[in-house]
Design a protein around this ligand. Structure first.
Ligand code: 0X9
Ligand code: ZN
Length: 815
């Protein structure tokens, strides 16, 4: 896989001498440094002119000098045309602007002092030559064709086997198949050798990418302002996200605060987000916290667009819409549009679009981690590394939740590589920190594509949480707005180490993944962003409110005390209440490259959040004290015995071979009846049949009285089929037997032993209750109160005067 033959590596060419490297501006001017080349005399900026020494990459970095930080931004322009080449606008003075340049190209590097006290900043510029790796086997290196195919996966186990091939499996799929991206001939060979049946969905992904880019240019040229909250008409660049977030904060300083996450990326970029709340700086005000984020995966540009538009929605709505104003007033909102900043920069800056021979970076998914690659691929900047898209960790397999199990890559080059350890990556550490330090009651992580609202768990053999009906109801409600399918994550296929499989099971904060649109990773802006967000055709949410309305439902849920827990009591002004919890959660047994497993790793989490008292009564919105991981598993108490086994008699004769069911209806039909309460209570039924040779193939479909297929089993290479339905409604059903293929049609291998077996529902299981440790410290930090606090979802717990009367709080604990 990957960019072999066309891959490139970088040679650093040192430039600018030390004296040149200090840039100065005596005033700060809040402006978009990337907008244009400023006059040499303009205040608040400084420039250098350079000539590129290479055909390759420029990297322009800023670093603060002498402790004074401030906020400087940088932009690189083509001198002849004034066009922007690269820029970086994060919140401090640590910037990395990176893009492609031509040898001899004249450049203007412009640094702008946006805010803060630092009058000077250090500029470092590197040019990196891009050189073909190795000798191409032919002159005119063959361009690798990227395509999308739909792979037939009649049974769940087929999808899991498909994942094991290390191919690029999307979220667009259903019970019987899933779309897979084949990047090159190596991928095509892998799939062909696997024996899976597949059909082409899009024979030329490059062409689609070029067409989509052209559509985007036309749309942006034609439309002044879209119906989005910001009016935006095209995909933003990383520096535009950074700049717009800080402008939102600067223009709405009481309502919006921009912040830098704790861990810079592998390439050294600052990752930025905004917090939105009334009196935003008082982060310890006890309101529930709603997090919306995007772009764990580099190529999924609509994800960050939806996230930043949501930030605009809240800010605009706060001024203009009383309902939004009320919701914003009762919550705190954190928006991190781009979690994987390195990867996004590479995918977004790839030019020309659709030229996957050039570094295949437009379709990059992972981050820029290089340490886990083979030694010869460990060096070189991400945009110019010889490993192509192969290098990197999948940030959405790197969280601790069930890490190391099914549905994640074990080797460095897998598109779903889980990383060297849980939370080995800066991207996942950043999100972990937010979720661990704040009471994040609600979280949406945005991805593309497949039109799905996914809820935990991501892996089938983790039973649903005890509160499954509540989580499902919230997912269903959001799906009624965007028109997506609301399903448990494992419904499509297994994944482990994903965001909410950690955040939900460790904190109880509701967490969902949205897979936006059905057309691709970053298809036409007008559809994937404007239509999906606002809920107009061709989006599935047309007329239903779209993702805008789904996000508002999530925010309403955050604002609803019945959906989380609340601590009430009273505390003197200036006293600090702290909730603490430490626990260990095992990962999955850790799958090894040879397929064996090693014991789970125990990951220690520390949750520490603070409420700062303003004096008198308080109400602090928190997550339940017992983790869903511990609380128990969903189930149902049997209300009666299961139904007795029924045999399915094989009708005389053998139907003609049919590889095209249901298009061709030729089959055998064997009716059976499912009973219900009060006589019996069936938790599931299993229909099974057998025959002699694994080279013969019978397929089994179960239909209800309306003729709808309710479950099926259509595998190949076995001498049996087994179809399961959970909680089957009472009624008339039929087993449909399709004679797919006979080894020896003259001597038919007929099916036998047909039966329907019924089992009781599995009752719920309950775990122990967990507590938080609540402490109170006075104005000089002395511990003045301590109590254990148990809080269930929806419950309000009165801890009384915990700062002045711990005894009373302790009594509360014993009740
Ligand atoms: O694979 C992922 O990380 C997510 N899909 S994407 O196509 N955007 O990469 C979804 C993870 C959860 N999905 C399943 N468990 N199927
Ligand atoms: Zn994704």
């Amino acid at each position: 896989m990957g960019a072999a033959g066309l891959a490139i590596f970088g040679i650093t060419v040192p430039s600018a001498t030390a004296a040149d490297n200090v840039l100065r501006a005596d005033q700060a001017v809040a402006r978009a440094c990337h907008a244009s080349v400023l006059s040499r005399r303009a205040s608040g900026a400084d420039q250098r002119e350079l000539t590129s020494t290479v055909d390759g990459l420029i990297q322009a970095r800023l670093a603060p000098r002498d402790g004074a930080e401030g906020d400087w931004d940088v932009a690189v322009f083509d001198k002849a045309t004034g066009k922007i080449v690269a820029a970086s606008s994060a919140l401090r003075s640590r910037e990395l602007a990176e893009s492609f340049v031509k040898k001899g190209q004249q450049l203007v590097v412009q640094a702008c002092r946006y805010a803060g006290p630092a009058r000077t900043v250090t500029l470092g510029v590197d040019f990196l030559a891009l050189t073909p790796q190795g000798t191409p086997t032919t002159t005119g290196t063959p361009v690798q064709r990227a395509e999308v195919v739909r792979v037939q996966t009649p049974e769940r186990k087929d999808k899991n086997r498909l994942l094991g091939l290390g191919l690029d499996v999307t979220e667009k799929g259903d019970a019987t198949g899933v779309e897979v991206v084949l990047a090159d001939d190596a991928d095509r060979k892998t799939l062909r050798d696997s024996g899976f049946q597949f059909s082409t969905v899009n024979p030329d992904l490059s062409r689609t990418a070029r067409e989509d880019a052209a559509k985007d240019r036309v749309y942006a040229a034609k439309v002044q302002a879209s119906a989005l909250p910001s009016g935006r008409t095209s995909y933003r660049h990383l520096y535009e996200y950074e700049y717009e977030l800080k402008e939102l904060a600067r223009r709405n300083s009481k309502l919006v605060k921009a912040f830098t996450l704790s861990n810079p990326t592998v390439e050294g970029r600052d990752v930025v987000g905004v917090e939105i709340a009334t009196d935003v700086d008082n982060i310890a005000d006890g309101k529930p916290v709603n997090v919306t984020m995007g772009v764990h995966h580099a190529r999924e540009w609509p994800a960050s667009e939806h996230a930043i538009e949501w930030a605009y929605e809240l800010v605009n709505g706060y001024q203009k819409d009383p309902a939004i104003k009320s919701l914003v007033g009762r919550t705190r909102n954190i928006v991190v549009p781009i979690v994987n900043a390195d990867g996004f920069s590479i995918s977004r800056e790839a030019e020309p679009k659709g030229d996957f021979s050039r570094f295949d970076y437009e379709m990059k998914r992972k981050n820029c981690r290089a340490d886990d690659s083979p030694p010869n691929l460990r060096s070189g900047v991400c945009k110019a590394n010889p490993g192509g898209r192969d290098r990197g960790t999948d940030p959405n397999r790197n969280y601790a939740g069930f890490w190391g199990g099914a549905g994640a890559g074990v080797t460095w080059s897998s598109e779903t590589f889980r990383g060297s350890a849980p939370f080995s990556e800066p991207e996942t550490r950043n999100i972990r920190e937010i979720v661990s330090k704040r009471q994040v009651t609600n979280l949406i992580t945005l991805h593309t594509y497949g039109n799905l609202v996914l809820r935990p768990p991501g892996v089938a053999d983790v039973r649903a949480p005890l509160e499954e009906p509540v989580v499902k109801a919230l997912g269903d409600k959001m799906a009624s707005r965007n028109g997506y399918d609301s399903i448990p994550s494992w419904g499509l296929y297994d994944t482990t180490g994903t965001t909410e499989d950690w955040s939900y099971w460790a904190t109880g904060g509701f967490g969902f993944t949205f897979e936006i649109n059905t057309a691709g990773f970053h298809p036409a802006y007008e559809n994937a962003v404007v239509a999906e967000y606002t809920g107009v055709a061709p989006a599935a949410g047309a007329g239903k409110g779209g993702n805008r309305a789904a996000f508002l439902d999530m925010l309403s849920n955050a604002a609803d005390p019945a959906a989380h827990s609340t601590l009430i009591g009273s505390a003197p002004r200036g006293y600090q209440l702290k909730l603490h919890k430490t626990f260990q959660t095992p990962t999955s047994p850790v799958v090894q490259p040879d397929g064996t497993t090693k014991p789970p790793i125990y990951v220690t989490d520390k949750l520490d959040s603070t409420y700062s008292s303003t004096g008198g009564r308080f109400a602090w919105s928190i997550n339940p004290s017992t983790r869903p991981y511990v609380a128990g598993r969903y189930g149902r108490e049997p209300q009666g015995p299961p139904q007795a086994t029924q045999t399915l008699a094989n009708p005389p004769g053998v139907p003609a071979e049919n590889t095209n069911f249901p298009g061709n209806p030729v089959s055998e039909r064997i009716p059976f009846t499912v009973k219900g309460l009060p006589e019996v209570d069936n938790g599931r039924f299993d229909v099974s049949v057998q025959w002699t040779s694994p080279n013969t193939d019978w397929d089994l479909y179960i239909v209800n009285s309306a003729g709808e297929v309710v479950t099926q089993s259509a595998s190949g290479g076995t001498n049996s089929e087994r179809a399961t339905l959970l909680d089957p409604p009472a009624g008339e059903y039929a087993a449909i037997m399709v004679n797919y293929d006979q080894v020896d049609p003259a001597n038919p291998d007929d099916w036998a032993n047909g039966k329907v077996e019924f089992s009781s529902p599995i009752p719920p299981t309950y775990g122990p209750k967990e507590a938080y440790t609540l402490t109170c410290t006075d104005r000089i930090g002395r511990l003045v109160g301590i109590a254990d606090v148990y809080a269930d979802r929806g419950q309000t717990v009165d801890v009384g005067e915990v700062c002045t009367n711990s005894a009373r709080a302790n009594k509360q604990r014993r009740r």
